[in-house]
Write a protein that binds this ligand. Structure first.
Ligand SMILES: [Zn+2]
Ligand SMILES: [Zn+2]
Length: 109
């Protein structure tokens, strides 16, 4: 069983906070620190990007979704473009996280 560490989802200038989920105090990425008020908006800049369905694994994952190169997640495609989505998905299941990591390991960029 893989123990998945959940990281904080805040971003600043595209850099992701490297502290743990639900940490206290300022967000931090190396020497850069920021507060919620100055964090990036949650909508991923990859929303609406032209995309093709990603190559499926033998089990069918990711089921026609496309890879967002901004947030490295697999996003539903609507008429040839990535659906609007946040940079991180609070509702993502641990299974989805594991499948996605496996898929990325196999297919890379
Ligand atoms: Zn943070
Ligand atoms: Zn994205």
């Amino acid at each position: 069983m893989v123990d998945i560490v959940r990281f904080c989802r805040s971003r600043k200038d595209g850099r992701r906070c490297t502290r743990h989920l639900d940490h206290l105090g300022l967000h931090r990425h190396r020497a850069v620190m920021w507060a919620d008020a100055t964090a990036d908006p949650p909508t991923c800049p990859g929303s609406g990007a032209v995309a093709a369905p990603a190559e499926p694994s033998p089990d069918g994952y990711p089921h026609g979704r496309g890879l967002c190169r901004e947030c490295s997640r697999l996003i539903p495609i609507e008429t040839g473009r990535l659906a609007s989505h946040d940079s991180s998905d609070a509702g993502e299941s641990p299974e989805e996280t594991m499948w996605r990591r496996e898929w990325l390991n196999t297919h890379g960029w």
